[in-house]
Design a binder for this molecule. Structure first.
Ligand SMILES: [Zn+2]
Ligand SMILES: [Zn+2]
Length: 436
């Protein structure tokens, strides 16, 4: 059996509360153990001195665009970008064309991911047929096809009655509903957060209440049904408070934050740059502070990117016409280091929990751990080397990134999926550019 030794790294595995200098032993596609294995000879040895050795990172909120919008991203390019960002697994949203709402659709995603041989892909099935919000999709068939959760992301489920049945039905399969919280009647025509800045800029706003109304509705419905609810891309202080309240009531609700929502504010829209346009929108400094608090007290136990690629010709338009969303796979780690580690809001073990075992638990997938016998998905992180974010080097097909030019630390050094090295910084664009 092919063996790999990752030597002398800071091994951090939040699933076992491990944080110490040690070696990681890998046999074939499985974790062999954490300990002192310096005397063993392996087929492949990686020196992780000064580096962090973590369970493979998981991004449970990604848009891969295939099928239907391959000009923006494909399963192959999106998963290559995931690897370069240090992610070994992504869950992809079903707002493709057609939507992933049948067993065959989910199976197609799994097959394409298998062919690409990059990061693992776990499909999310649509809640409603065609994401039209009218009738439930084939939940059972989607589960059989590999769907790990359910969402109409990109759109909310506007009918509370339908959302109630979705929570009841997915509960029977032990799956979570991932809710994009937005009352469309309140956001129609909006391009940014509604507040002082939107007034000043003369742009149509989307009020915080549009999100919070749905967060409260869905928590109430999760309480009613006993279903499992995950709130996607929490962007307002009120939403954080509602999730905190829901947890206190014993409701099965988890919360997710995206890097852009805890680093950027609606003041960025003064540039009229569409790389600051997304749904939910960038909010105020007070909202950013509340999300940071929610991350610190674990009200928000998941960090995900909402990676939403759009080809340049679509995104390079005036704000009204440009589509919502930004890419995030290749900036996740450095932005988390910048906003969470460096200011002391989270320690490395607490940050890595939100990127490994916590999303694995929401999706109930057997990943996010370095336990002996687990699948050997491993991310070796270089937390120190400083560099400048340059989207022209990204492996994603799209370039809609608001972090270009940021001077940052924190990047993937080596990424293993099922015990195989699938990404190494020494063979990446980073190395090519420094050799130039
Ligand atoms: Zn969404
Ligand atoms: Zn999304």
């Amino acid at each position: 059996m092919f063996t790999t030794l990752i030597r002398n790294g800071r091994v951090i595995d939040p699933s076992q509360e491990i944080d110490r200098i040690a070696d990681l032993w890998i046999e074939g596609d499985r974790i062999g153990g954490i300990g002192e294995f310096g005397s063993r000879s392996a087929d492949h040895t990686i020196d992780a001195t000064g580096l962090i050795v973590a369970p493979g990172l998981i991004d449970m909120h990604v848009h891969l665009r295939e099928p239907g919008r391959e000009e923006d991203e494909t399963i192959a390019t999106g998963t290559a970008a995931a690897l370069a960002g240090g992610l070994t697994s992504v869950a992809c949203m079903p707002n493709t064309e057609p939507a992933i709402d049948t067993q065959a659709d989910a199976e197609f995603v799994v097959l394409q991911a298998h062919r690409a041989r990059n990061a693992n892909v776990f499909p999310v099935g649509a809640i409603t047929k065609g994401r039209q919000g009218q009738e439930l999709a084939e939940i059972g068939g989607l589960v059989a096809g590999g769907a790990v959760a359910f969402s109409d992301d990109g759109s909310p489920v506007m009918s509370a009655e339908l959302m109630r049945r979705a929570l009841e039905y997915t509960k029977m399969f032990g799956k979570a509903v991932l809710s994009h919280c937005e009352d469309l009647d309140l956001t129609r025509g909006g391009v940014m957060h509604e507040g002082v800045e939107s007034m000043r800029l003369g742009l149509r706003g989307m009020p915080a209440a549009a999100e919070e109304i749905h967060v409260f509705r869905d928590i109430a419905l999760a309480r009613l049904t006993g279903g499992r609810l995950h709130i996607l891309h929490v962007s307002t202080a009120g939403s954080v408070e509602l999730i905190r309240w829901g947890k206190r009531q014993g409701v099965r609700v988890t919360g997710e934050a995206c890097p852009h929502h805890f680093t950027l504010t609606d003041e960025c829209l003064r540039s009229f740059d569409s790389n600051y346009k997304m749904a939910p929108p960038l909010r105020t400094r007070a909202d950013v502070e509340a999300i940071l608090e929610g991350l610190a007290d674990n009200t928000l136990e998941v960090i995900a990117t909402d990676h939403a690629p759009h080809a340049a010709e679509k995104k390079d338009r005036e704000l009204d016409l440009a589509p919502n969303g930004i890419i995030g796979l290749e900036t996740l780690l450095p932005i988390c280091v910048h906003a969470l580690i460096e200011p002391g809001i989270l320690t490395w073990p607490r940050l890595l929990a939100k990127l490994t075992i916590n999303p694995a638990r929401v999706l109930k997938i057997d990943r996010g751990t370095l336990r002996t016998g687990a699948v050997a998905d491993v991310t070796v992180i270089d937390p120190h080397t400083e560099y400048v974010i340059d989207p022209t080097r990204f492996r994603s097909k799209s370039r809609n990134c608001p972090f270009a030019g940021w001077r940052v630390r924190g990047r993937a050094h080596t990424v293993l999926v099922s015990g195989q090295v699938r990404y190494s910084v020494t063979e990446s664009a980073f190395a090519r550019s420094s050799a130039r």
